[in-house]
Design a protein around this ligand. Structure first.
Ligand SMILES: Cc1cc2nc3c(=O)[nH]c(=O)nc-3n(C[C@H](O)[C@H](O)[C@H](O)COP(=O)(O)OP(=O)(O)OC[C@H]3O[C@@H](n4cnc5c(N)ncnc54)[C@H](O)[C@@H]3O)c2cc1C
Length: 460
């Protein structure tokens, strides 16, 4: 390691409530000035030009991939503006920099450690891992996460930062698996915020606004075989009446629909030891043959169905870890409404279904349990979550998303942070002012702010 970074390791790791950031930042800036812009402990890449889907242009001047925590601290302390980026699977400019602003992206992909807690109820995970990589690392330890999103290729930190979720009336979003967050503040100092501490509920769903997350401690459970079955709904017009009970049928339930009156498909995922699936009076019947969530597409990339047992990471997501889904040219939107409004909200979306058809590839309805994280869409409410995979035409997708937003307006929808929406969310989050105050304290010089954060959350 070059001489000019020696000071980094000598700097103390500080507590969130007593950051000594200024001193560290000044030392590291002096070190940079003395040695010029070359940072051999960090790799600088051409930046990503778009989101994963290709539908959102990015405006980064460059992208840094520090090799380790010390290099990251030096980079952050020496930067006036920076944006953390995970796997870029968001469908808006949340990770992006302002056009022409010479702002760099930083990826922590090199931080890929795994440590298993003594009592095997938690693990410490480097923030650079994807869920698929984490599953591989957990496998020899016989441990698993309680739930996953539909795709295992998402970066763990990026998923947590946006309250990404799977499904389950009794299962929280993936941010609720977090028991501690380690992050590098703009000062270059490292803080760890633990569940139960005053800042914890505001820090976990941080949207990249507070610092660069370097490690997470996550709750884990013993690994067990999982199964999934896909059921055909023979009476889609009465789906709203049955929706709440269908979503409670199993550990994780997704209803795939086109909102056009054609038969819906219900994916039910269970873990060894869960109660037997009881389809009596549900109107649902098992489908034969493997299915893709989008009707008519080849299910080759989908996780195995028809009740075949398999590892959690090959059943909880809809798509297999070893393959990328066949559709990438798409836009996604999702709106979470209080679970008690599931039926009325479903009727409202069904009523505008014909206006969605031109843009809709498939829609998915899930449930997510309530939590206490300030910027979680599930803050204080279990939700029924209405997801839409639109075509990649952003004009069509935007128009359709606005139709849904209007239809769901009576139910106070909270949008998924990482998907396309136009709603003003400021009044939807009772702890938003507390989040702003936390941001002001942890990032007083606005190192991590970007146009999305200013427009959607921080201004006004
Ligand atoms: C095919 C597909 C399927 C999906 N399925 C689901 C699903 O089932 N459920 C669901 O809820 N969502 C789903 N999503 C949405 C996705 O989970 C979110 O958009 C998530 O944020 C993606 O993580 P990422 O790392 O790719 O995000 P990015 O776009 O890279 O980043 C998202 C946010 O996280 C911040 N961030 C990233 N890394 C760090 C870090 N180290 N420190 C601090 N902040 C950081 C960024 O600054 C940004 O604000 C899906 C998306 C796609 C493309």
């Amino acid at each position: 390691m070059p001489d000019h970074v020696t000071c980094i390791t000598a700097c103390p790791i500080v507590n969130a409530h007593n950051p000594s950031g200024q001193g560290f930042r000044q030392r590291i800036v002096s070190a940079h000035n003395a040695t010029g812009p070359v940072r051999p402990w960090s790799v600088t890449h051409d930046p990503r030009r778009t989101s994963w889907s290709g539908t959102v242009p990015y405006h980064f001047a460059r992208e840094h991939r520090p090799h380790d925590l010390d290099a990251l601290r030096a980079l952050v302390a020496g930067s006036s503006h920076l944006r953390p980026v995970g796997t870029a699977h968001t469908f808006n400019d949340l990770p992006d920099a302002a056009a022409g602003a010479e702002v760099a992206a930083v990826s922590v992909a090199a931080l890929d450690e795994l440590q298993v807690g003594d009592d095997r109820t938690w693990v410490r995970v480097g923030a650079g891992l994807t869920h698929a990589q984490l599953a591989v690392a957990l496998e020899p330890h016989g441990l698993a996460l309680e739930n996953l999103a539909s795709l295992p290729h998402l970066n763990v930190a990026g998923a947590v930062a946006t309250a990404t979720h799977g499904s389950g009336v009794r299962t929280g979003n993936l941010a609720t698996q977090v028991r501690a967050v380690e992050l590098v503040l703009a000062s270059g100092d490292v803080v760890t915020v633990r569940r139960g501490e005053p800042d914890f509920d505001g820090t976990v769903v941080g949207l990249g606004a507070l610092g660069v997350v370097t490690a997470l401690e996550l709750d884990v459970v013993p690994a067990a075989d999982h199964r999934q079955v896909v059921l055909l709904d023979g009476d889609p017009e009465t789906l709203p009446d049955r929706l709440a009970s269908i979503l409670a049928l199993g550990r994780s339930v997704s209803v795939f629909t086109l909102w056009d009156g054609s038969p819906d498909r219900v994916w039910v995922k269970s873990r060894d030891g869960d109660p037997e699936l009881d389809l009596t009076a549900t109107g649902l019947a098992p489908m034969t043959g493997e299915q893709h969530p989008i009707p008519g597409l080849d299910p080759v990339h989908c996780t195995a169905q028809q009740g075949v047992p398999g590892p959690w990471v090959e059943r909880l997501p809809h798509f297999r870890p070893g393959f990328l889904p066949s559709v990438g040219d798409e836009v996604q939107s999702e709106f979470h409404v209080p679970f008690e409004h599931a039926a009325d909200a479903a009727r409202a979306v069904r009523a505008v279904g014909e206006h969605l058809a031109v843009a809709l590839q498939v829609a998915e309805i899930r449930a997510v349990a309530a939590d206490t994280l300030w910027l979680s869409p599930q803050f204080g409410q279990t939700t029924c979550s209405f997801h839409f995979t639109w075509v990649g035409d952003t004009v069509l997708a935007d128009a359709a998303a606005r139709v849904v937003e209007e239809a769901l307006a009576p139910f106070a929808p909270r949008p998924h942070w990482g998907k396309h929406f136009t709603l003003d969310v400021r009044r939807a989050y009772p702890r938003l002012d507390d989040f702003r105050a936390l941001r002001d304290r942890l990032d007083p010089d606005r190192t991590f702010v970007n146009p999305w954060l200013e427009r959607v959350l921080l201004d006004g």
